[in-house]
Design a protein around this ligand. Structure first.
Ligand code: FRU
Length: 446
């Protein structure tokens, strides 16, 4: 059985474990994508570092430049955790959390853990300056537990503004807001939360799309429902009106999506990249036995729908696309992966099989079923309520599926593990069109 699960159009490590995207930015003509990286183990054990990719030609070719941060000062000795980048006056300013777990008998929630926020500058994205500690546990409100992390900073109206994810001592997720005139000297402004909405909010991100303000968070501890919060941890955004947080909406309804981060690209568009993975999942990824685990999603351009929801449109360099082909309903075609499939829905009962992965739309919901055969590694069914839609686009790589429907209003991202790099694709209730996508070049892996 040929198994080629190396991703062709998604960033992933050659070996080791990848989690959150970090420090996303466009700087001096290059895109920088840093990521949470455990180089020593595909299970995520050992050193928690930042790895670094950069691209000078809009995602057609990338270079992996290696590890840019490792735990090497007392304040980040058990992990260089997630953070962000701000480009200002010819410099990238990086802010991240130095995690410290003290040896001893602690619960690591109310004691035994330091959360140090750290500022570093770089003038090329690769060579990092000194690590400066800007906030420590004593700088957080006294109702916070030791879980305070994932700074996301922006420079706005002449001020540096930071959001931090936190867990309170009574197990409530919240976001802390800090401000600064000098990026090494921060003061606390306020905290925001919502009742009964999880015990910890990770990876906050305050951002604007088309003039509207959103607060993205990755909350933990939200009870599962049939159509919402189906995964172990969730990820989505509130609309923000002053201090009011309302209408939480999940970014994605697939099995593998968490801890996304946004940034502004060279065109001024807001782009989101997520981790195509989640911690503590009850399913698995067979690449672990081969030495690596997890990847990032394709970048997604954000826009607003008429009802104020965020829409996500995949951004893939046009030069990577092959010719457009059409397949009629019922005609099975062999599609080479990666490929971009567009459903031509003519009936309210549309079905598409991509190998053993089944996608169905019944006029009201999309169901992704990975329970057939041995492609899911424990993944079964995920659903999203869409109401009436007329488009479903699917980006399939060698071991992932990303579904975008209703003009990007609904997304479902998932890993799956077909046994071949070409799969039989067939539809009912309408045909589909498809284009193969060429591999994006990634240099720099030895
Ligand atoms: C989210 C997260 C972050 C943390 C990082 C550690 O996946 O738990 O909150 O900074 O991963 O790798």
């Amino acid at each position: 059985m040929a198994q080629d699960w190396r991703q062709m159009i998604h960033l992933e490590p050659r070996k080791g474990w990848m989690n959150d995207p970090n420090g996303l930015c466009f700087f001096n003509g290059k895109y920088h994508v840093y990521f949470q990286f455990s180089p020593d183990s595909p299970e995520g054990a050992g050193r928690k570092c930042w790895g670094h990719f950069e691209s000078s030609d809009d995602g057609k070719s990338w270079e992996y430049t290696g590890i840019v941060f490792e735990p090497d000062i007392p304040e980040d000795r058990t992990g260089v955790f997630s953070g962000c980048a701000v480009v200002k006056d010819g410099t990238i300013h990086i802010f991240y959390t130095g995690n410290v777990e003290l040896p001893g008998e602690y619960d690591y929630v109310t004691s035994g853990r330091e959360a140090n926020q750290i500022h570093v500058t770089t003038s090329d994205g690769r060579i990092m300056g000194d690590k400066k500690i800007i906030l420590r546990n004593s700088d957080y409100p006294d109702y916070c537990s030791c879980h305070v992390r994932d700074p996301k900073v922006r420079f706005e109206d002449g001020k540096w503004k930071m959001v931090l994810g936190a867990r309170t001592l009574d197990d409530k997720g919240c976001v802390l807001f800090y401000e600064a005139d000098d990026p090494d000297d921060w003061h606390y402004v306020k905290s925001l939360s919502v009742d009964d909405f999880g015990y910890m909010w990770e990876c906050p991100d305050q951002f604007d799309v088309e003039g509207k303000t959103f607060l993205g968070i990755s909350p933990q501890g939200i009870p599962h429902e049939e159509y919402r919060y189906q995964n172990v941890y969730s990820s989505g955004y509130f609309r923000m009106d002053g201090d009011k947080l309302y209408d939480f909406t999940e970014y994605d309804h697939g099995f593998d999506f968490y801890a996304p981060q946004t940034f502004v690209d060279k065109h001024g568009d807001r782009i989101l990249i997520g981790w195509m993975g989640i911690g503590d999942i009850p399913y698995s990824n067979p690449t672990t036995e081969l030495g690596w685990q997890h990847c990032l999603t394709v970048p997604r351009r954000l826009s607003l729908s008429d009802d104020g929801r965020i829409r996500q449109c995949p951004v893939i360099n046009q030069e990577l696309f092959g010719d457009l082909n059409e397949a009629r309903e019922g005609n099975a075609v062999l599609t080479d992966l990666p490929c971009d499939i567009n459903a031509a829905i003519t009936d309210d009962n549309y079905k598409l099989s991509i190998g053993e992965a089944k996608i169905t739309y019944n006029g009201n919901e999309i169901v992704l079923d990975l329970s057939q055969g041995d492609i899911g590694y424990g993944r079964t069914v995920r659903k999203v309520l869409t109401g009436k839609i007329s488009d479903i686009r699917i980006i399939v790589d060698r071991s992932s599926i990303e579904i975008f429907a209703g003009n990007g209003s609904y997304a479902m991202s998932s890993r799956f593990y077909p046994s071949e790099a070409s799969v039989k694709t067939v539809s009912e209730g309408g045909g589909f069109s498809f284009r193969t996508i060429r591999k994006m070049e990634v240099r720099g892996f030895e």
